[in-house]
Design a protein. Structure first.
Length: 105
């Protein structure tokens, strides 16, 4: 599994075509998330269905609060054939701790 730090993730996002997938609950997501992130709750009943609708050939950065749920999501995505999936080490907590901005919806 590929893991990157928050600062590396910011560079990754700024450099190109990456889809950010936030696997926290909608409530957590609403409290603050990386700009442009898609919210697909790993604990939601439609997680599998929503993940399978994504392009398996796109590049993804997956995050949660601390890195546990996103690690599981990345492993699952790799198992079902996604080609380029990276985990944000330390999750949105590390992102905020690095002084990076979030947006609320």
């Amino acid at each position: 599994m590929k893991n990157i730090t928050a600062k590396e993730a910011q560079t990754f996002i700024n450099n190109g075509e990456v889809v950010v997938v936030d696997v926290r609950t909608p409530e957590e997501f609403a409290e603050g998330h990386i700009a442009g992130a898609k919210n697909i709750d790993i604990q939601g009943e439609k997680f599998e269905e929503k993940i399978k609708k994504l392009d398996p050939n796109a590049t993804y950065l997956v995050n949660c609060k601390l890195g546990g749920r996103s690690s599981r999501a990345v492993a699952h995505m790799n198992e079902i054939g996604f080609k380029d999936v990276t985990n944000l080490e330390g999750g949105i907590t590390a992102w905020k701790d690095a002084g990076l901005s979030t947006e609320k919806k």
